[in-house]
Design a protein around this ligand. Structure first.
Ligand code: G6P
Length: 605
């Protein structure tokens, strides 16, 4: 997790680094720091807390002059988030400063080895061993010392190095953590991700595992682990600057919720031609598989649960949805007749990568559904469907999730047709319904004012439940997570029929139960469950298709969502729940875009 950025060029480095760190804060925000080379000496400013605190500190000291430097925003793994443990870290002789994203698994052994050699450590971090090794190995050739240093490291890293011995030159290295080099004119950059650089350049080089880069204002040279120069392709990033800014919204989360009609259109439209779903990017023989395993973490896992219900129902093939951190250590039955579908917004989630590798090793074909182009998961998969959601900055995902679900829905319909399980007429009808999703999402957003009022009414609930069956249940998982991760209100998602087997004991007068009733095949069953909780004094907020009078008569409050094919409800149904979480958190004064203890991209186990 953590975000790193580096700059070398003609501009003052500190403002470029601080601005870059602001855009990387979604990766971690418990402490931050920058190091700049000024008159041949490394100068550092670090602080606990968010990047704004660092910006203030740099202003207080009157700025940090210098035209090359490195920066870091942290999500603590080793050592509390205080100023000492914040990056950059310095070598004992002060010659090198380093920023690091990842985890050095053998740091304890290396630390002991270095301490035995007389190195005195300042911090509790795993990162400091890297810079101390570099200091010890350095004999006048930084590249050589860096290659030797990284050969000792076990674990994951994206590193940036600044040295007082080579003004204007930065070094960067990566294994299993995201790292790109940004190409400018008379200036160059490195960063964990393009959002840090997009106001400067859209031309990037993707670093691969085992590579190191030497970066000066005019030249970027990449080497393999043996120090041989390698030729790298440049990539142009199509994301625009505005998409990484708030554009007048109070929070990125609200902006991203509101962007959903556009992001869904970007995910759906290019894949519909002549009334049929087309995946140009896929070369899959669906008849080859007798089983599908979908794996992911967090909200992407909730999208996986939607995928499980849909693919199973439409393709008549067994489908499992497994949390990646479990699948990676499970004895799951996976072989060459398994299609593994891996879902990830960032494409960098450590557990998801591990689960994916496990599926691959067992012989499965791996299809990745990913947002970030060129990410690790996209690179390792046999085939990729990009969700085209654009940059997502708020830690709580919204458009990332809905585009995943939209792509999964399209895939389920496409696969059912491919395998002969869906006739032409239904295929065309469902394709037409899918095409309408962006418009319906816009109509779901029209519930904004109504949701805001409900949030006002229910913002002080101590704990609540989301109940539903089948696809509604899958959406409950995500609706509940949205609320708890940004408002810190305890909430649970329950399969509506399961509530009575124990948990109903927690229902008491005034407790809010959000009942999802859009999957109309099981509507009557969910209504029975609503009556059960109402009989125990609960307040029910129903989310149901427009015009469903019966449910609106049963519930204390309601959110009528636009009607669509019952198999396509999740994308539409989650939108008012995202807004509900947003307004409850806002009413309660929470830090919506950066909820406590979380990070958007979880690159540690
Ligand atoms: C973190 C984020 C979640 C996200 C999950 C998986 O926990 O806070 O919003 O769903 O990681 O991330 P991915 O990038 O793999 O979709």
């Amino acid at each position: 997790m953590c975000g790193i950025v580096g700059y070398t060029g003609q501009l003052q480095a500190a403002p470029v680094l601080l601005n870059g760190l602001k855009h990387l804060e979604y990766r971690g925000y418990d402490s931050a720091g920058i190091a700049v080379l000024n008159d041949g000496a490394i100068e550092m400013t670090k602080t606990s807390g968010k990047v704004d605190a660092l910006i203030e500190k740099v202003q207080e000291i009157g700025g940090m002059p210098g035209i090359s430097g490195i920066g870091h925003t942290r999500w603590a793994t080793h050592g509390v988030p205080n100023e000492v443990n914040a990056h950059p870290h310095l070598s004992q002789d002060g010659r090198f400063a380093i920023v690091h994203n990842g985890i050095i698994e053998n740091f304890a052994v290396l630390r002991k080895e270095l301490e035995d050699k007389g190195v005195v450590f300042r911090s509790e971090t795993d990162t400091e061993v890297i810079v101390q090794l570099l200091g010890i190995y350095y004999e006048g050739d930084i590249k050589k010392a860096l290659l030797r240093t990284v050969s000792r490291l076990e674990g994951s890293y994206a590193l940036g190095v600044l040295s007082s011995d080579e003004p204007g030159t930065l070094y960067a290295a990566r294994v299993a953590s995201p790292l790109i080099i940004g190409i400018g004119a008379g200036e160059n950059f490195f960063a964990s991700d393009i959002t840090a650089l997009i106001s400067h350049t859209k031309n990037v080089i993707d670093m691969d595992d085992g590579e190191i880069a030497e970066i000066t204002p005019d030249r970027i040279t990449v080497f393999d682990h043996a120090g041989r120069e390698i030729k790298k392709e440049e990539r142009y990033v199509s994301w625009d600057v505005a998409s990484a800014e708030k554009n007048g919204y109070d929070h990125f989360m609200l902006k991203e919720i509101m962007e959903q009609p556009a992001s869904l259109k970007a995910a759906i439209e290019p894949r519909i031609r002549a009334g049929a779903i087309v995946f140009d990017e896929l070369d899959l023989d669906m008849k080859k598989y007798d089983r599908v395993m979908i794996t992911a973490c967090g909200s992407a896992y909730h999208a996986a649960v939607v995928g499980k219900y849909l693919i199973q129902k439409l393709c008549r093939i067994p489908v499992d949805a497994e949390v990646a951190s479990e699948l990676r250590y499970e004895d799951a039955v996976i072989d060459e007749r398994t299609l593994a579908i891996v879902i990830s917004q960032s494409g960098e989630t450590a557990d998801t990568i591990a689960a994916m590798k496990k599926c691959k090793d067992a012989g499965a074909s791996v299809l990745a559904i990913v947002n970030v182009v060129g990410s690790t998961i996209a690179k390792l998969a046999d085939s990729v469907i990009y969700t085209w959601a654009g940059p997502e900055i708020a830690v709580a995902t919204t458009k990332g999730y809905t585009t995943q679900v939209a792509v999964l829905s399209m895939f389920a319909v496409w696969a059912a047709h491919e395998t002969g399980r869906m006739d032409e007429a239904l295929f065309k009808k469902m394709t037409a319904d899918i095409r309408l999703i962006p418009k319906l999402a816009q109509r779901a957003l029209d519930l904004n004012a109504r949701v805001k009022k409900l949030a006002e009414k229910y913002h002080d609930q101590p704990s609540l439940f989301f109940i539903g069956r089948n696809l509604d249940y899958a959406v409950c998982l995500e609706g509940s997570l949205k609320l708890k991760e940004i408002s810190y209100i305890h909430s649970e998602a329950y399969a509506a029929g399961e509530l009575k087997h124990g948990t109903i004991a927690l229902i008491e007068p005034g407790r809010l139960v959000v009942a999802l009733c859009c999957y109309e095949e099981l509507f009557d069953k969910t209504v029975s469950n609503i009556q059960q909780v109402k009989a125990r004094g609960a307040d029910v907020l129903a989310v149901a298709p427009e015009g469903n009078r019966r449910i609106f008569a049963e519930a204390n409050a309601s959110l009528p969502v636009p009607r669509t094919d019952p198999n396509l409800v999740p994308v539409i149904e989650i939108i008012p729940l995202q807004l509900f979480a947003y307004y409850v958190a806002k009413r309660n004064g929470c830090d919506i875009d950066k909820p406590k203890n979380l990070a958007k991209s979880v690159t540690v186990e």
